[in-house]
Design a protein around this ligand. Structure first.
Ligand SMILES: C[S@@+](CC[C@H](N)C(=O)[O-])C[C@H]1O[C@@H](n2cnc3c(N)ncnc32)[C@H](O)[C@@H]1O
Length: 166
């Protein structure tokens, strides 16, 4: 979910997993497909916003969502978590990461009501970034069994979840 250029999708496909790469960016998906083609790997793709994803319920054994929810408003992250829950099988697992509280950062941004930044200049122009405090993450994942909540030295978080019930 939020596959980008395939940093996770390609190694997982190489290991024999049946991978579906979802990203809001068609450009990212095109590059991912080109990389997969060069390596002779089959990866299903879906250009879609995670919050509006329409794929069938209960299809996937696992969802990887690395450095993606940070780039959404809280409301869209909550909708994306509903979709991750919906598309997983019972006992399916999800791996999520969230950035730490902040980099020292010189790019200009505007702040939305929920604290999301929208950069209006520099390399990140147009990009959303938001810091999710631990308590918000725990609320976002309330429908899952939380199996690991690891905090890195820079305050980044790695979250492992299991879908216990529909
Ligand atoms: C920082 S990159 C991470 C890419 C990849 N997960 C990785 O670890 O290399 C964030 C990715 O999330 C995608 N993205 C941002 N908002 C999204 C959304 N609402 N739905 C789906 N993908 C989104 C971006 O297009 C970008 O490819």
């Amino acid at each position: 979910m939020g596959s980008g250029l395939g940093r996770w999708s390609i190694p997982l496909a190489r290991e024999g997993f049946a991978v579906t790469a979802v990203d809001i960016s068609k450009e990212a998906i095109d590059l991912l497909e080109g990389w997969a083609r060069k390596l002779g790997l089959k990866i299903a793709v879906n250009v879609s916003a995670a919050q509006y994803l329409t794929v069938c319920d209960g299809q996937f054994d696992a969802v990887v969502c690395n450095s993606v929810l940070d780039h959404m408003t809280y409301a869209n992250a909550a909708l994306s978590m509903d979709n991750i829950h919906r598309i997983l099988k019972i006992d399916g697992i999800a791996f999520l990461t969230f950035d730490g509280p902040g980099e020292s950062d010189t790019d200009n941004f505007e702040s939305l009501a929920d604290g999301s930044r929208v950069y209006d200049a520099g390399n990140r122009k147009g990009m959303i970034w938001r810091f999710f405090p631990d308590m918000e993450i725990r609320t976002l994942v309330k429908d899952f069994e939380l199996t690991q909540f690891n905090v890195g030295v820079n305050g980044s978080r790695e979250i492992w979840l299991r879908k216990a019930i529909d």
